[in-house]
Design a protein around this ligand. Structure first.
Ligand SMILES: Nc1ncnc2c1ncn2[C@@H]1O[C@H](COP(=O)(O)OP(=O)(O)OP(=O)(O)O)[C@@H](O)[C@H]1O
Length: 268
């Protein structure tokens, strides 16, 4: 298998049937993601970032084109492509441990015993620093902690790809920064391949190997891809003073606010 073409998207299109006829959300999407690469998708609201992520997740089927993961066509959702949503989607009546265990059982239940699966669950919770909260239920923990359980659950499945849809979108700035730093460490440790949707330019520059910038919808497509060649590990305070960091940031802002000025703003 070609590690440079771990995920391949070839000429993908996405149209939805709506009451007012066919709505083309995405057109001509071509993208390859290398194994171990961290990709962010950025673009104005409604341009189709979640749609594209859901296509990679297998939750939506492309109207046309081909999507492959590790050389196999993406035909539906699978644990090899774990998704972390913005609203963490934990089951409220289960503890943090049980929420993660459920995912572990789904993937490894046929092959492994309970002790081994418990070990996997504990390891995933430890990875996100939540060992102490294992027996708590979602309503007893903070938003940031819930999001970490969501990440632990996704990682516990040992996915080939981690798909994240604005995972930190609902968090306050400090918690968000903290989780970004943790995610950077986890991804370094696990060599995960990540595709993440974000609205946040700083988040995109801090985390990404490449930033995929999308044009406005309808019929949105990839406008430009920015390669972020900042060495890892990355440290946010040092980067804040790094001229290259500002250049990357400016390049994304330039794309979003000059080249793809939001349609609502143009109309105003
Ligand atoms: N099931 C659907 N049926 C009809 N239209 C849809 C459907 N899902 C998404 N769309 C439309 O496709 C476009 C892209 O939506 P999507 O949610 O992917 O955008 P996004 O870039 O993730 O937006 P945001 O940043 O606001 O979350 C939007 O115009 C949306 O209204």
């Amino acid at each position: 298998m070609d590690n440079n073409k771990f995920i391949e998207i070839q000429n993908a299109q996405m149209s939805f049937n709506t009451r007012n006829g066919v709505f083309q959300a995405l057109r001509d999407i071509n993208l390859t993601v290398a194994r171990g690469e961290f990709i962010t998708l950025i673009g104005h609201s409604g341009c189709g970032k979640s749609t594209l992520l859901n296509m990679i997740a297998g939750l939506l089927k492309a109207s046309d084109g081909l999507l492959l993961c590790a050389n196999r066509e993406i035909a539906g959702p699978a644990p090899e492509r774990a998704v972390v949503f913005q609203n963490h989607s934990l089951l409220p009546w289960l503890t943090c441990f049980e929420n993660v265990y459920l995912a572990v059982e789904r993937v490894f239940g046929a092959a492994e015993g309970k002790a081994q699966m418990k070990e996997r669950t504990n390891a995933a919770l430890a990875l996100v620093g939540l060992t102490h909260a294992a027996q708590k239920r979602p309503h007893e923990i903070s938003g940031g902690m819930k999001q970490r359980v969501g990440i632990a659950r996704a990682l516990s499945m040992e996915p080939k790809v981690l798909l994240m849809d604005e995972p930190f979108g609902a968090l306050d700035a400090l918690t968000r920064a903290h989780l970004q730093d943790e995610l950077l460490k986890i991804v370094a440790r696990t060599s995960s391949t990540v595709v993440m949707v974000t609205h946040d330019v700083d988040e995109a520059v801090l985390l990404s190997d490449r930033i995929v910038m999308m044009t406005n919808g309808p019929a949105a497509t990839i406008g430009e891809i920015l390669k972020v060649e900042l060495e890892r590990p990355r440290e946010r305070v040092a980067l804040a003073q790094d001229a290259r960091y500002s250049q990357y940031r400016t390049a994304v802002l330039e794309f979003l606010y000059h080249r793809q000025a939001h349609p609502a703003k143009e109309a105003a």
